[in-house]
Design a protein around this ligand. Structure first.
Ligand SMILES: [Zn+2]
Ligand SMILES: [Zn+2]
Ligand SMILES: [Zn+2]
Ligand SMILES: [Zn+2]
Length: 211
């Protein structure tokens, strides 16, 4: 069976494109002002003890531009050149709306599957732009499930009679995937140092590494 996908319409996109932005965890995204302007990342970047973050990353300028466009009832274009500025932004945008374009996509270090291999991002290509009531609901996937991280061998044919290799079924919907929290934000300096200064905690920093 061919899996079909339906994409959010203008109203649906506006619901996904909140102001202020929410990360894929559904919480207020973490706002920073870096060298590419204001960007928003997973809220867990604020939490120094957090081990994981989601891979939400958007640029405020483009986000507001897209929202204005949607609010004036004009659909956004998945080939908008703003998405070519940052491959992490393009990744988050494509994951958010289940769309695809030819611009590069990048994500944080991918989790590992059962075989201890770095999972690969798989995007399904059959997309329906409209959802017709008379078609059976179960024949459809939702846009947020269009991208998934899977075992790099997910396409390998497994010959059960020889049992040489058991198929690795490890799979995670990209939007729900947790990544190891990096020490740095993409367009900023050391995140934990930034956080301390943002919170006015400078006085509490251990003077371990005086510069
Ligand atoms: Zn998050
Ligand atoms: Zn960026
Ligand atoms: Zn695997
Ligand atoms: Zn595998």
């Amino acid at each position: 069976m061919v899996q079909l996908w339906f994409l959010p319409n203008i109203e649906g996109k506006l619901q996904l494109m909140t102001d202020p932005p929410e990360c894929f965890c559904g919480k207020s995204a973490f706002r920073t002002d870096g060298y590419l302007g204001v960007s928003y990342d997973c809220h867990e970047f604020q939490n120094q003890d957090a081990e994981h973050v989601c891979d939400f990353h958007i640029h405020e300028h483009a986000w507001h531009q897209f929202r204005r466009q949607l609010l004036s009832c004009k659909d956004v274009n998945q080939n908008d050149p703003e998405l070519n500025v940052c491959p992490f932004f393009n990744y988050a945008y494509c994951i958010l709306f289940g769309c695809a374009n030819d611009y590069p996509k990048k994500f944080l270090a991918a989790p590992t599957c059962h075989c201890h291999l770095s999972a690969t991002l798989v995007g399904l290509t059959d997309v329906r732009s409209t959802h017709k009531e008379e078609e059976r609901e179960e024949d459809y996937g939702y846009w947020h499930e269009r991208y998934a991280f899977k075992c790099p061998h997910h396409n390998v044919h497994v010959d059960d009679s020889h049992g040489a290799r058991s198929k690795c079924t490890w799979s995670l919907v990209a939007k729900n995937t947790a990544f190891t929290r990096p020490k740095r934000l993409l367009h900023s300096n050391d995140i934990d140092t930034d956080l301390l200064s943002l919170r006015g905690w400078e006085g509490l920093i251990d003077k371990e590494s005086d510069d």
